[in-house]
Design a protein around this ligand. Structure first.
Ligand SMILES: *[C@@H]1O[C@H](CO)[C@@H](O)[C@H](O)[C@H]1NC(C)=O
Ligand SMILES: *[C@@H]1O[C@H](CO)[C@@H](O)[C@H](O)[C@H]1NC(C)=O
Length: 483
């Protein structure tokens, strides 16, 4: 007991000393009175408009030394916040390196960036360039400047839904965004399945395929057996700068292109857009909330302050079936690195997937802790389904756009994806509801309903879109059966 308290105290003292060191070094780095100064180009960060260009090499070296002498080991649960603080420094260094005109300063910063990135994110080591000293900048250089696209991770198990989604996007919604299908080695998605997916494309650019294990060192990841864990890595590895990451079972009612026009990216200056889960189980997960609070060591962001999970103790925050990230922004890039770290094997097994469900909460948590600007959709999850008395019921959760029009829902076009015996039952939903009260079904096989809101009918257009998607899906199912 005593030693536990002693340990706790030591780590508090260490943490305080560390924060002081960082505060001092940042003051030294940015203080306008020291040396000449140059302008920082990026407006989104609240930092002084000028930076110091005098010698900062020794401050930087001290911080790198501090990091290497204080590796972040288990219990990982306790170091989420600390890693977030380090990500913020990485962000600062990247912005400084990207904006300085002084080559020696840039080289010094780049060395610190790469050393820190390699220490905290060993998966960045590209299996094809094992001797590379700069895997993070190589990864950044692999992004196509100005590009945007959809990334869909899938394995054999979700091939059918990935096929439905690709055809829905291209042949029904007429989306022309490039689509990258990601997977973890040939065992995860065979060459035959990949060419099958390619054969479904009738318009727009051909599908692109990316085996994540050729981009990142899989030793600390085990993505083939990691289920959802592949998602942040797929977003990070993609050549697209702006990524719409989709679960294979997502159903869109509007072309995903509209996501890039979301106000979050304009007025709010965010670099990531996330969707909410259902408001459920208030005050039921005290341990989870205590943990989140213990790791968020700074005043919460505006996005978190608006969260009813954060402020009113509801249990579930994020639905990560769709996530939008802009990796051209250093804050979002380091935030994404944090999300990836949470989904590495050791961390997800010990903390992430125990404290919360799958990858879904790792997105806002990583972006928040790393100081990235992100936004959530305005509403908590809606429902799309069928009228039962005054309630709207189904197995899926839905999301609306800024004009409160249906945008997408999870759980595929099937009436009930969760039941094997219903795997060929499709049904177009008729009603939807937002901002009511959820009544959750007892098990995954039971419908959940929303009550106390206004049931709204899907428009004729929305129903025809879904009818067309279902017709295509049935054809795909027949084709897969014959294969
Ligand atoms: C969020 O709320 C906290 C506590 O009320 C406050 O200190 C912080 O400044 C707020 N954050 C923003 C970005 O407004
Ligand atoms: C839709 O998402 C919710 C919340 O994450 C989940 O509980 C539900 O099972 C999903 N529906 C389907 C059919 O997968």
């Amino acid at each position: 007991m005593l030693s536990a308290i002693g340990k706790q105290r030591t780590s508090k003292v260490l943490a305080t000393a560390f924060l002081l060191a960082i505060a001092l070094s940042l003051w030294l780095l940015y203080h306008p009175d020291l040396g000449s100064s140059t302008h920082i180009l990026r407006p989104v960060h609240e930092r002084p408009a000028t930076i110091d260009t005098s010698d900062t090499a020794s401050v930087t070296a001290d911080i790198v030394h501090y990091f290497t002498s204080h590796p972040l080991g288990p219990p990982y649960k306790d170091v989420f916040g600390e890693l977030g603080e380090r990500c913020r420094i990485l962000d600062d260094w990247i912005v400084l390196a990207d904006t300085t005109n002084d080559a020696s300063r840039r080289n010094m910063l780049s060395a610190a960036i790469e050393k820190t990135a390699a220490q905290h994110f060993p998966f960045l080591k590209n299996p094809g360039h094992l001797t590379s000293k700069a895997p993070l900048s190589e990864l950044r250089r692999s992004f196509t400047p100005g590009s945007a696209g959809i990334v869909i991770p899938t394995s054999e198990g979700t091939l059918r839904f990935a096929a439905h989604l690709v055809v829905s996007l291209r042949s029904v919604l007429h989306s022309n965004l490039p689509i990258q299908i990601t997977y973890a080695s040939d065992n995860d998605l065979s060459a035959q399945s990949r060419s099958y997916l390619q054969s479904l494309v009738e318009s727009g650019p051909p599908l692109e395929f990316l085996d994540i294990t050729t981009v990142f060192d899989d030793a600390s990841l085990d993505l083939q057996h990691g289920s959802w864990a592949i998602k942040p890595f797929a977003a990070l590895a993609s050549r697209f700068e702006r990524v719409i990451l989709l679960d294979a079972d997502a159903v869109f009612l509007q072309p995903p292109e509209v996501l890039f026009e979301h106000g979050a990216f304009r007025a709010a200056g965010a670099g990531a857009l996330l969707f909410h889960d259902r408001l459920l189980w208030q005050h039921a997960f005290a341990e989870r909330h205590e943990w989140w609070r213990s790791q968020v060591r700074r005043p919460p962001s505006a996005a978190l302050n608006r969260s009813r999970v954060w402020t009113e103790d509801y249990a579930e925050e994020g639905d990560s079936g769709a996530v939008v990230v802009d990796k051209s922004r250093a804050d979002v890039l380091v935030g994404l690195l944090h999300v990836c770290w949470q989904n590495t094997r050791a961390v997800r097994e010990e903390a992430t997937y125990r404290m919360t469900y799958g990858d879904k909460e790792s997105w806002w948590f990583g972006l928040e802790l790393a100081g990235a600007r992100y936004e959530f959709e305005e509403h908590y999850a809606a429902v799309v389904g069928w009228l039962e008395g005054e309630e709207v019921c189904s197995f899926v959760i839905a999301h609306v756009d800024e004009q409160d029009r249906l945008l997408w829902y999870n759980g595929s076009l099937l009436k009930n994806k969760g039941r094997e015996e219903m795997k060929h039952e499709y049904e177009v939903p008729v009603y939807w509801m937002v901002d009511g009260e959820w009544r959750k079904g007892a098990t995954k096989q039971d419908m959940s309903c929303m009550a106390k809101g206004e049931p709204r009918r899907l428009s004729g257009d929305e129903r025809s879109i879904l009818e067309a998607m279902i017709e295509r899906a049935r054809k795909i199912d027949q084709g897969l059966h014959l294969r």
